[in-house]
Write a protein that binds this ligand. Structure first.
Ligand code: NG6
Ligand code: CA
Length: 537
């Protein structure tokens, strides 16, 4: 009955609360956005590029997967643009990453194929990269996750000393890396220019020869492995898994494969949080390692998909995307951050470990409707998930515009008003209008696709026409759902992707002139040394 006496009447309490809330909302509306949200002005958003590893077009539920659910990746698509013709430029990791960073086709540069454990830095200091361009535009830049572009000078990485040149010499303010790939030695983190937690009393040695006759390997100690290998991957054992390459020492610095995703996410959260308080916009290259082999996810994802470890890795990747999105939301950065989601090459099932990827695949189509996958110049090798999300700026929808990871360097530079030197980003086209889904934007008019390079295998897409060139007349991995194998193919094939997205019906005989025109055009694009028009940004 006390409320009847006045001061704590619950009804008046509710009214007071509503008034207070309305006052807060009103205050929010009149307070300058800069204070409430983050610093970068409109048009210069923070930029987060999430690049998955070996993730196929059909591996995400927003592209039609039903055997696996990727709610966080789907949410990005549902709030932004999902591209049906979004590509990476190569069907293996190192060349795609080279091209993504430099904006130049990897086939133009020797030594851009899959990098071995002791590879020196592949991108030389002085080369403009997406990171150096954004840095010049005033961005704070970071790469977190898989690098696989080599470290160190000509002699290769000095694992116990300064790892230089590396990302910090080509435009990144900081880095936290898996230096190569998770199936390649060494399993250590690199933070800026040093191996993290390295005890000088236990130096790290990395090589390509067995360091001692009794050094246990995936061959000599095969019965001890927690995940057996199917091809390659039978050298030094770490965490019960044999790898490519040999190493000793650095015991305190070694990570557990199970903890990689958590490490990338924790580092990214810290980075984003630190940037929020800074006055500058940021660029984060989040280079996930899923779903590359060995697919060893954190215990909380193990056995959680019906597709075995490969599916579990996709769930872990999706979790990472969710954590990044949540972090941006918690920091109030959603509306001034452009998120790009992409992959470094198409899918592969058995890539060297017996992890049931083939056995548990069922009817899942990792490459979606496309043929080929990782290592292939058919569509499945490079046509991969591609999403842009910037709520409030990019409308919601599905785009058929032709865009590629190689275009991000020029397109994002254009977006933030950073001029490009004429001799930089030789093949990176400005598709910023398509990335932002501006009306009528169609993206590129053509795209050259490559495999690991060095084979003379290419794809050329022009409109819906696709010319495939196999100089070695051997195609890898025509169907992802089979063991990796070489299949004999003619040197040139021509497909009409509109009618035949799976590249099954070679129409060269019916359209000989078109086939030879496209073959000539491809050769010219290669010989010309660049495809970005000079003087055009
Ligand atoms: C291949 C490896 C494969 C994978 C690939 C690089 C063997 C037999 N195969 O040589 O497992 O590591 O290189 O993948 O060793 S990428 O996605 O980083 O390009
Ligand atoms: Ca890859």
């Amino acid at each position: 009955m006390r409320y009847q006496q006045g001061s704590v009447n619950p009804q008046r309490c509710v009214v007071a609360r509503v008034v207070f809330l309305l006052a807060c909302v009103a205050l929010t509306l009149v307070t300058p956005r800069r204070v409430l949200l983050a610093k970068p002005p409109a048009g210069r958003p923070n930029i987060v590029v999430i690049m998955a590893d070996d993730l196929g077009y059909g591996d995400v539920s927003c592209n039609g997967a039903t055997a696996i659910k990727t709610p966080n990746i789907d949410a990005l698509a549902a709030k932004g643009q999902r591209f049906t013709s979004g590509y990476c430029s190569a069907s293996t990791c190192t060349p795609t990453r080279y091209s993504f960073l430099t904006g130049t086709y990897a086939f133009r540069r020797k030594g851009t194929g899959i990098a071995p454990p002791n590879s020196p830095a592949i991108i030389q200091p002085g080369t403009e990269t997406i990171a150096s361009l954004l840095q010049q535009a005033g961005y704070t830049t970071a790469v977190i996750g898989k690098w696989h572009l080599g470290l160190g000078g000509k002699g290769g990485p000095d694992w116990n000393g300064e790892l230089k040149p590396g990302p910090l010499e080509i435009g990144f303010n900081s880095c936290f890396l898996l230096p190569t790939t998770n199936d390649r030695v060494p399993q250590v983190f690199v933070e800026d220019r040093r191996v993290k937690n390295l005890d000088p009393a236990d130096p790290l040695w990395v090589g390509n020869k067995k360091p001692s006759p009794d050094h246990p390997t995936g061959v000599t100690a095969r019965d001890t492995l927690k995940m057996d290998w199917s091809h390659g991957h039978n050298q030094t054992i770490h965490n019960g898994i044999s790898r490519i390459g040999f190493y000793t020492g650095g015991t305190a610095a070694r990570f557990r494969d199970e903890d990689l995703a958590d490490a990338w996410v924790a580092q990214s959260k810290d980075f984003i949080h630190e940037q929020k308080t800074a006055e500058k916009p940021f660029f984060l290259f989040f280079a996930a390692h899923e779903c590359h082999v060995p697919r060893v996810v954190h215990e909380r994802f193990q056995g959680k998909s019906q597709l075995g470890p490969r599916g579990d890795a996709i769930l872990e990747l999706d979790w990472c995307v969710g954590e990044l999105t949540k972090t941006l939301a918690a920091e109030g950065l959603i509306e001034n951050t452009l998120v790009v989601f992409c992959s470094d090459n198409g899918p592969v099932l058995d890539d060297g470990y017996k992890d049931d990827a083939l056995e548990k695949n069922g009817t899942h189509r990792a490459a979606g409707p496309y043929s080929g996958g990782k290592y292939s110049v058919y569509e499945g090798g490079t046509r991969t998930p591609f999403i842009t999300c910037w709520p409030g700026t990019i409308p919601v929808g599905v785009s058929d515009a032709l865009v590629c990871t190689i275009d991000l360097a020029t397109s994002l530079s254009t977006l933030v008003g950073q001029p490009l030197p004429a001799d930089a980003c030789l093949d990176s086209l400005d598709v910023s209008d398509a990335l932002l889904a501006k009306p009528g934007a169609t993206g590129r008019d053509h795209l050259v696709q490559q495999d690991n390079g060095g084979n003379g295998n290419f794809g050329l897409r022009v409109g819906d026409w696709k010319l495939v060139r196999h100089d070695r007349k051997q195609a890898r991995n025509l169907m992802v759902e089979q063991q990796l194998a070489n299949t004999k193919v003619p040197q040139y094939q021509l497909f009409d992707l509109g009618a035949d997205p799976a590249e099954k019906n070679d129409v060269t005989a019916a359209r000989p002139q078109l086939a030879s025109q496209l073959a000539e055009r491809l050769q010219k694009l290669i010989d010309d040394g660049r495809t970005r028009p000079v003087g055009v940004e």
